[in-house]
Design a protein around this ligand. Structure first.
Ligand code: PRP
Length: 215
């Protein structure tokens, strides 16, 4: 971890552009190479920052271990990963929700321990435990909607954004589980040792998104 620069872990992929937009609106002068290059570390010395570009699910890991001082992570990832980091601000970007879905012909009362496919085994297991339903979880890394169609699972737990993936694959939503947005997260030690820089960053972001309690 650089002692001068604040290192921020950014999620590559669909959240990335919205997160970069937000940082620019907060007054950070990010170079165009941010969107265009395949570099995984980008220094922005004029803003006192270094960005590292990680897989979304890995952002809290970098922040927990202190190799990043802060990061942008989806609430879905925060629930799944349960990392020891502070969640300081709801950035209100990449808004979507977690849902249970299945084929329209699926009868939820049919099986004793239905198979549920998901990228989020912990979140899924906690959810069904709270519902008092015994399930078997099948962990996949993507294209979750495929699982019920080919007979790998009875239901899926996944993110729904526009609903297009469910529609185009003929699946229907059975339950809405929780709303999801991206969060600004901070390493607990960095929050003390780089307090001034991190506080300023949180204030500038909060001014753009509006401050509310995070949960
Ligand atoms: C996500 C998610 C759904 C889809 C939902 O997958 O897992 O499949 O987006 O978006 P929609 O409601 O707008 O269709 P992603 O595209 O990130 O890829 P993945 O299947 O590899 O996880």
């Amino acid at each position: 971890m650089s002692s001068e620069l604040v290192t921020v872990a950014m999620p590559k992929g669909r959240i990335f552009e919205e997160a970069v937009d937000l940082l620019r609106k907060a007054g950070y002068d990010l170079p165009p190479e941010f969107e265009d290059s395949r570099k995984l570390i980008i220094d922005v010395p004029q803003s006192g920052m270094r960005f590292i570009l990680a897989k979304p699910m890995d952002v809290p890991t970098y922040v927990e271990h202190g190799v990043a001082d802060a990061g942008v992570a989806g609430k879905d990832v925060m629930i799944e990963e349960e990392r020891d980091v502070y969640e300081v601000l709801d950035l209100k970007i990449s808004s979507c929700y977690m849902a249970v879905a299945a084929l329209p012909s699926y009868d939820p009362g049919r099986d004793v321990a239905p198979k549920i496919a998901s990228k989020y085994p912990k979140l899924t297991s906690d959810y069904f435990r709270e519902q008092g339903e015994q399930v078997e979880i099948i962990k996949l890394n993507g294209s979750i909607e495929l699982a019920p169609i080919v007979g790998l699972a009875d239901r899926i737990v996944d993110i729904v954004s526009t609903g297009q993936t469910l529609r185009e694959n003929g699946l229907v939503e059975l339950e809405t589980m929780m709303p999801i947005t991206s969060r600004f997260i901070v390493n607990p030690v960095s929050y003390r040792t780089k307090a001034a820089q991190i506080d300023e960053m949180v204030d500038r972001l909060a001014e753009v998104v509006g401050k509310e309690d995070v949960s």
